[in-house]
Design a protein around this ligand. Structure first.
Ligand code: ATP
Ligand code: MG
Length: 136
């Protein structure tokens, strides 16, 4: 079993109104991807497996960073990551996770962006507009 250090930082005033299924799909997919990326680190790799989630909200938007210390992504992988059925682990993944994230994030007038370095880790930043939920 691999140990993962989890750190959650959240604004006290962080609230977001949204559809449970949408918000679940967005954050479940991002967290599972982060865990997969850390599981894919070569055996014997000493660096700590670290998952950091930061939530901050302004009056108009909620910003969530999901950061991992996993295998990271090359620029060509980042360019294709949201493509339906694109997966670097085709025998396990459907490649539909991020496609679903992008679809649901768009319902909240938001965006999802990757910052990643191969061999170092990845941060996905999701910005959701608070006044523009799919329920509004
Ligand atoms: N945090 C991450 N670190 C490294 N690579 C990532 C990360 N998140 C996504 N990727 C890359 O983007 C690809 C597409 O991700 P996506 O979630 O759409 O599919 P998947 O995870 O492969 O399959 P599924 O979501 O069905 O399990 C992944 O196969 C992986 O190569
Ligand atoms: Mg996935």
């Amino acid at each position: 079993m691999q140990k993962v250090e989890v750190e959650l930082t959240c604004d006290e005033a962080a609230t977001l109104t949204g559809d449970r299924q949408h918000l679940y799909a967005i954050f479940n997919n991002l967290i599972l991807n982060a865990m997969d990326a850390m599981s894919a680190l070569p055996k014997g790799e000493e660096r700590p497996r670290r998952l950091r989630i930061r939530v901050s909200c302004s009056e108009f938007a909620c910003e969530v960073d999901v950061e991992d210390s996993g295998v990271g992504m090359k620029s060509e992988e980042i360019a294709r990551a949201f493509e339906p059925f694109y997966s670097t682990r085709p025998s396990k993944g459907t490649g539909l996770g991020l496609c679903t994230v992008r679809k649901y994030v768009s319902l909240y007038g938001g965006e999802a962006k990757f910052r990643s370095e191969s061999g170092v880790g990845t941060t996905v930043r999701v910005v959701l507009q608070r006044g523009q939920s799919a329920l509004a």
